[in-house]
Design a protein around this ligand. Sequence first.
Ligand code: HEM
Ligand SMILES: [Cu+2]
Length: 532
Amino acid sequence: MSASTASHLHTKDDHDHHHGPRKGLMRWVLTTNHKDIGTLYLWLSFASFLIGGVLALLIRMELFKPGMQLVNPEFFNQLTTLHGLIMVFGAIMPAFVGLANWLLPIMLGAPDMALPRLNNWSFWILPFAFSMLLSTLFMEGSAPNFGWTFYAPLSTEYGPPSTDFFIFAIHMMGISSIMGAINVIATILNMRAPGMTLMKMPIFCWTWLITAFLLIAVMPVLAGAVTMMLTDRHFGTSFFSAGGGGDPIMFQHIFWFFGHPEVYIMILPAFGIISQILPTFSRKPLFGYASMVYATCAIALLSFTVWAHHMFTVGMPLAGELFFMYATMLIAVPTGVKVFNWAATMYRGSLSFETPMLFALAFIFLFTLGGFSGMMLSITPADFQYHDTYFVVAHFHYVLVPGALFSIFAAVYYWLPKWTGHYYSEILGKTHFWLSVISMNVTFFPMHFLGLAGMPRRIPDYALQFANFNQIASIGAFVFGASQVFFLYIVIKTIRNGKKATDQVWENAHGLEWTLPSPAPYHTFTTPPVVK
Ligand code: HEM
Ligand SMILES: [Cu+2]
């Protein structure tokens, strides 16, 4: 405190030169500015998305026809593992953190995040963690090959040497997430403009506040799991080894106590984004703001009670199976409240269909579809059939691609004019939307049938009867991949020569971000706005 006051005093006369960003590369290395850090997160996320996407396309190439043609089974396992890990930790989570950085301070009327230097660390840890994870592909032995769930004993007794680098990378990502979450909570609780009560905050701030608590609750559980793995691998413990008195099933309990809330970490901010966008393009306020907040809290709390629905087949007591079945089904209630409120927001609204709205609508339909297949999976006896089949792959991709990913696209199109000062081309944006939504369904819808027909997941070869649907899925995946390169082109074109955006950007948008010029200036709200 006193140090900062002192430095304030002697920088008084060069104060005037400090309003813009630093020049050159060091701007990005040393930045503590929430907008710069938001931008860094978003680009890192997009780079990971393309890398994770290339791995997915290699998987889909191998599965284009039955038989082994491109990769060996060992490498195939590395591909599924790294694809899953990179998409979850490298693409989706950093994108939401990037959006939080860009948007929370300006939505709250704050000058920056509460802990700007911590923020710089939270970001810069990640490129190192991801590079290390990716470098395992070139290590002797093999890259991690045990799925993104890294079940013991595959990852302990049978894990390749690179597993230790994987463990270190997970620790670094976890540290970054926890620091980021602390920053979000501190910002929301301490930095709101005068007059902005919690129940007046934009709903995106609420969903991120709740997500940040989830992160702080479960990242240490993940850290514990990988640390126990490390000691099992090298220091003579046997937490997860039955031979030494431990229990590999305990690994699954610990993993999923992290893993299930983790999927809500990847969806609650998406709920917030959709709840910001729908009212703008419906020209009506969000229906049931308070019930949206309570439903989000309820979903977050329930997410801690359902982890073992991933483990119905391990041999749980019947009472356990029933408990986890009903607890899982209960989540449909608050989720239903949200879907109902979104529908009610649009009801009798004056709707228009710009690109962010299209992505938001696809989100609602397709995420709900993913929710339905989730309900099917939660029926314990039925799960014995679906478990580890392509039905599961279809389910979680319907939740993650049109859910998490499309909400991120919606957010980018919605706020891009505010970030860059330029409009994207609506024709190109809509083309990207239609290409993505069609190819995404072509890719993942047939996987439901493959799963119901019994095709197992995580296999490089399959029986002849699965050939047609796999071929369709692979074609869809390639179109989807190409559409995302097109998205990159759209964004670059917008930054370089898009039409100048107005401050308001969208005619009916509400919130403090629309009171700022476009592009948003480097420093904003150094005097807090007053919210009535
Ligand atoms: C459209 C692009 C994508 C395609 C074509 C694709 C394709 C695939 C394929 C073929 C698998 C292997 C399934 C198996 O054999 O078990 C897979 C697994 C997975 N994917 Fe994707 N995926 C895409 C996007 C995403 C996104 C955006 C996420 C976001 C988090 C994601 C998360 C996962 C996860 C967690 C796994 C499980 C990995 C494992 O079994 O360890 N995918 N994906
Ligand atoms: Cu779950």
